[in-house]
Each structure stands twice: as structure tokens, then as C-alpha cells.
Design a protein around this ligand. Structure first.
Ligand SMILES: C[S@@+](CC[C@H](N)C(=O)[O-])C[C@H]1O[C@@H](n2cnc3c(N)ncnc32)[C@H](O)[C@@H]1O
Length: 588
């Protein structure tokens, strides 16, 4: 079984989400005249650019779309691998996933390619980039500029070469900018990016930026702001981040925390257009409905989603999920009476913290307690939940940072906090329990790859991956790529050869309660989960892509398991036949 890349998949992944579309803005939407005729040629005719007062330009469909339909596919205008990935992937097609066979640029010695075809295709960008990178190395600087700076550099050089009138440049220049509204917190990032870019381009004074068609410092700030608002993370087929990219056609798609489409890079077959961005419908989309993807991780609760959208994209989301009055399954605890319902998780200020000395019910505060949405029982242990949420978030922040530098410590934090959050009553889909569970699963999988396989770690990873799948199922729509990948991981874990299978339990009832099961039962479960994963991946990564590269691995695992189960079945039938024959002989 291959777990290649799953270690890298621990990094925060862009996420996407479920359910209904934004409240219709159709009435205020008017086609953006002329724009499509000369520009955005890669957008198919059934998608129209319209503008609305709320979200500016967006893409709307004039034909019904089905789940798994690839709405359109484009190669980004520019892309740059993140620093950690530079030596592992081809800088043109982003293929590779390991250094084997890659050829290094002999000049800068930092950029790698599959072969001379990829190198030639990338030359339009790398020609100047190579000189800039050599300049950085010669200056004695140890840090290579980040993917954001290298991506901005690539835009600048190609913009300069193509000229301002080219469709390529015009599409870049039409990207939405928020120069007037930049938040103070983002201002520092923009300034840092602008200064680093000027240095990377080798300019000795700001006025030299005019050679790139940027008239002033203010124009440069605007350019950087446009880049920040319109950048996409390129991911590998298992959703691990690979680098940064800009694609003006895809950047026309507006956001919903409850999107009807996703942007994926399935890498279903070798293609010179890679990294090919594909916008895929997650559910049926009706005529005159807007295509909406999620810009942020939609497994987060509303407050964190809104903060992130305001910070980077400068708008407050009013999607169906953000405006829903129903309790958010990302942010809740089980009913204290265990009726199966949930209570909204308390937040500081919203549901009162009771005085430490008080015995429940406390006079006057009972009404402000969170209540079960089904049986209306009041959640009394507000303080315990608030404390668990606070330390859970702190641990998640710390464990996320430590996962690459000190995975053992990161794992320790997860394993300590998951039981605390669970006993405080958080549901598997609630934040930060779900995030810690996913991180812990990834760390356990990395352990399985790097050290000798133990039954204990394997079983723990299966249990943890099962909880992650259960949590994601509650908040993400069927076919969501994050769900598909989580299921594929679980199926693969179940399919790993057990190093020390447990002997059967004393009774059938006891055996039935054991999780994960062992032997043939485990293999059958693996097969079921992988079949479900195949179905989900087939939607989220586009029906024509058949689940992309991970879908291909899953199909191979399914074939192998069916064969193995056939052998078990045959062995079992033969054993039963032998036993029956022995009985017959005894009787006669
Ligand atoms: C990647 S661009 C999307 C295309 C953009 N509307 C345009 O006109 O080019 C992101 C920006 O679009 C706007 N936007 C996207 N989704 C939105 C939403 N749901 N509500 C309000 N504004 C939105 C925000 O200004 C955001 O910074």
C-alpha cells in the first residue's frame, strides 16, 4: 500500500463545502458586456460573466450542470512551487512528487524539470527568473524568495514581454483589487511583498518599476493587493498544497461557504497543460445560478470563516451557511441528556459563564444557557466547554506548527487534547476536535510509513481516520474532495496487512463490537470504504477524471482486495467442505 504524499497532506488544505447556493443575486446581475468576446476565451459559452452589486463579477451558468461535471479547465496564467517543493517537482508541470528523474537547471541549480520539453515550455518565465535566483544566491542570502514573490516575479516578466494590450496582461490587470480597503493587518503583508518583489526583480530604485508598466508605488501596492485577493493554492491529487498560482478565468468565481463547485487539480493523465485547474460541480446547478467555490477552509465555524474572508478578501459572507439560523455542526456539543440532538457551543459573551461558586440552575442565567435543538435541555457545563475550546484551539495552533519540525510533540498534543474535547461533549464535526483528529490521523499515517508497522498504531490510525470521516460526513456534501480523500485514506488503512491480527473474541457478540475488526471482516470493510471513496472521488475530482490520481490508486486497491477476499472465500469454503466430509466419515 502506498502512503506517498500523505505526510505532506497534513498541511492545511483549502477546503470547500456543502449545501444550497447563496441567496439569488440574479435580479441585480447583468452581463458584463464585451468582456467575454475578446478575453477569457477559456471559459465555455454556457458560463456567462455577470456583475452584481454585492460581489462584483461572477460566473453564471446558462445550462443545467450535474454533480461531477467539469465546468471548465484551464492552465493557470502563472504558477510557482513552494520552497519545500522546489526540488521535488517539475516547475513547469508540477509533476514528480519526488526527485527521481528530475533534471536540475544547470544555471540557477534551484529549479527542476521532468525533461527538456518541460524546460522549454517554462523558459518564457524561467529566463528572467533564473537570473534573479542566481542573483539571490550570489548575494549570500540563504532564503530563496517565497512562492508568492516568485509568482509575482513571473507575472511581472511575462506582463513585460506580452505588453499591456495582450489578452494575457489585460486579464491579469482586470483582477479585482481592494487597494482602498486593505485591512491594517494585511497592509504589513502587502508592504513586505512589494519590497521583496522590488529586490527580487533586481531594481535599485522604486522608479525602475516603470519598466514593468507599473507607474508608481501606489500602483505596485494595487498590483500586490490584486495578487493576494486572486491567488489559488495549487494542490496535488490528494489535496496537499504544492504552491501558488493565478488564473484570471477561475478568479472570476465568487465565494460561498456552502459552494456548488470546487477547484481541483486531479492529474488524471499526463498532459502538457498541467497543472490543470478544473472547476467541478459538486451538486446539480440550475440555469441562471451562480457558480460558487469556497476560498477558505469550510470545516471552520462561522466566526473563523468570516474573520479569514474579511482579512484576505475584504467581504462579509452572506451565504446560506453564514446566514442560517440552524445550529452549525462545526460548532456544537452533544445534548447533555444524550437525546441525540446538539447544543450550539457556548462562546464567551454569548452564553454566560456562571460564577465558579454557583450550583445549577443559577438564578437568572438559566435562560442564557445554550439549549439542545431537539429536547431543549440546557447545557449546564458552559465553563468546561469554554475551557476545552480555548485550550483545544491553542493546542491545534501549536500542533499545526510543530507537525513538520517536531511531529512527536505535535502527536502528543493531539492525543492529549482529543479525549478532553470529546469528554467536554464536542461532536466529531466540531472545531477544533475535527481539525485535531485529522491532524492526528495524518501524523499516525506518517508514523506507519517511517517506522516498523505495529498493530497498535495501525488500529489507532484506523479509529482516528474513522472519526475524521464521520466528522467530515456531517458537514461536507457527498462528493466533496476532502471527504473523498479522507475515505480513501481510511480504506487504505483498513487494507494494510495486519502485522499481528488479534485472535477472535470469546463470543460472536463481543467480536461484533470490536473496532476495527480483524481478518476477512476488516478486508471486507476496507473494500466497502474504498468503493464509497471511489464514488465520492468520482464527483469531487470530476466524473471524466475518475477521481484523478487518487481515484486510480483506489481502483487498483479495490481490484487487489477483491482478489484477496476471493482467496479468503475460497479457503473458507474448502475448510467447511473438509469439515463436512470429516463429519460424514465419522458418522459412517
Ligand atoms: C477572486 S475575486 C472574485 C471575482 C470578483 N468578484 C471580480 O469582480 O473579479 C474575490 C473578490 O470577489 C468578491 N467576492 C467574492 N465572493 C463574494 C461574496 N460571496 N460576497 C461578496 N463579495 C464577494 C470580494 O470582493 C473578493 O475579494
Amino acid at each position: 500500500m502506498s502512503f506517498a504524499k500523505l505526510k505532506a497532506a497534513r498541511q492545511d488544505k483549502p477546503s470547500y463545502v456543502t449545501s444550497n447556493a447563496l441567496p439569488s443575486q440574479e435580479s441585480s446581475a447583468v452581463p458584463s458586456e464585451g468582456a467575454k468576446e475578446s478575453l477569457y476565451k477559456s471559459i465555455p459559452d454556457h458560463l456567462q460573466i455577470r456583475t452584481s452589486a454585492v460581489s462584483g463579477r461572477g460566473l453564471w451558468t446558462t445550462k443545467p450542470c450535474l454533480p461531477g461535471q467539469v465546468l471548465f479547465a484551464v492552465k493557470p496564467h502563472v504558477a510557482a512551487l513552494s520552497n519545500e517543493r522546489l526540488a521535488l517537482h517539475c516547475s513547469q508541470c508540477f509533476g514528480g512528487g519526488g526527485n527521481a528523474g528530475l533534471k536540475r537547471c544547470t544555471q540557477c541549480q534551484l529549479i527542476y524539470y521532468c525533461d527538456s520539453t518541460c524546460q522549454n515550455l517554462d523558459w518564457i518565465f524561467h529566463k528572467n527568473e533564473c537570473i534573479a535566483l542566481q542573483r539571490v544566491t550570489a548575494s549570500g542570502e540563504t532564503a530563496i524568495p517565497s512562492d508568492a514573490i516568485r509568482c509575482l516575479g513571473r507575472i511581472m516578466w511575462k506582463r513585460q514581454k506580452q505588453g499591456p494590450a495582450s489578452p494575457w496582461t489585460q486579464e491579469i490587470d482586470l483582477l479585482q483589487s481592494h487597494k482602498q480597503e486593505v485591512q491594517p493587518s494585511a497592509y504589513e503583508l502587502h508592504t513586505h511583498l512589494a519590497i521583496s518583489l522590488v529586490r527580487y526583480l533586481g531594481l535599485s530604485s522604486p522608479s525602475e518599476i516603470a519598466a514593468f508598466g507599473i507607474a508608481s508605488g501606489a500602483d505596485l501596492a494595487n498590483f500586490v493587493s490584486r495578487f493576494v485577493t486572486n491567488t489559488f493554492t495549487i494542490t496535488d491529487p490528494s489535496l496537499a498544497p504544492l504552491g501558488a498560482s493565478v488564473s484570471p478565468p477561475v478568479a472570476l468565481v465568487n465565494h460561498s461557504c456552502d459552494p456548488n463547485a470546487v477547484v481541483v487539480f486531479p492529474r488524471s493523465r499526463p498532459n502538457s497543460q498541467e497543472p490543470l485547474m478544473q472547476v467541478v460541480a459538486l451538486r446539480e446547478i440550475s440555469v441562471n445560478e451562480e457558480i460558487l467555490t469556497a476560498y477558505i477552509d469550510t470545516t471552520l465555524p462561522k466566526a473563523q470563516r468570516q474573520a479569514s474572508l474579511r482579512e484576505t478578501y475584504l467581504f462579509s459572507c452572506a451565504c446560506s451557511l453564514c446566514t442560517s439560523t440552524q445550529s452549525d455542526l462545526r460548532d456544537c456539543v452533544w445534548c447533555p441528556k444524550a437525546c441525540g440532538g446538539v447544543c450550539p457551543a457556548p462562546t464567551e459573551g454569548k452564553f454566560t459563564r456562571l460564577p465558579r461558586s454557583c450550583t445549577y440552575p443559577h438564578n437568572g442565567t438559566e435562560n442564557s444557557l445554550s439549549r439542545c435543538t431537539q429536547c431543549l435541555s440546557a447545557l449546564q457545563k458552559t465553563d468546561e466547554v469554554l475551557d476545552a475550546l480555548r485550550i483545544g484551539q491553542q493546542a491545534l495552533d501549536k500542533a499545526s506548527i510543530l507537525q513538520f519540525t517536531d511531529p512527536a510533540k505535535s502527536k502528543q498534543l493531539c492525543s492529549k487534547l482529543i479525549p478532553i474535547l470529546t469528554s467536554a461533549g464536542l461532536t466529531p464535526s466540531s472545531h477544533p476536535l475535527l481539525a485535531l483528529t485529522r491532524l492526528y490521523t495524518a501524523l499516525l499515517i506518517a508514523d506507519l510509513q517511517s517506522s516498523s508497522l505495529s498493530q497498535e498504531t495501525l488500529d489507532e490510525a484506523v479509529v482516528c481516520a474513522t472519526k475524521a470521516v464521520a466528522g467530515l460526513d456531517r458537514i461536507l456534501r457527498y462528493g466533496h474532495p476532502v471527504r473523498g480523500i479522507a475515505r480513501a485514506e481510511l480504506g487504505k488503512l483498513l487494507a494494510v496487512d495486519e502485522p499481528a491480527p488479534r485472535p477472535p473474541a470469546a463470543s460472536a457478540a463481543e467480536e461484533a463490537l470490536r473496532y476495527p475488526p480483524s481478518g476477512a471482516k476488516r478486508l471486507r470493510m476496507a473494500l466497502d470504504v474504498l468503493l464509497q471513496a471511489r464514488g465520492e472521488l468520482g464527483v469531487g475530482f470530476g466524473a471524466p477524471n475518475e477521481g484523478g490520481a487518487v481515484g486510480r490508486e483506489v481502483r487498483e486497491d479495490i481490484v487487489r482486495l477483491e482478489r484477496e477476499l476471493g482467496v479468503w472465500q475460497k479457503g473458507l469454503s474448502e475448510a467447511m467442505r473438509d469439515a463436512n466430509e470429516a463429519k460424514t466419515v465419522q458418522r459412517s
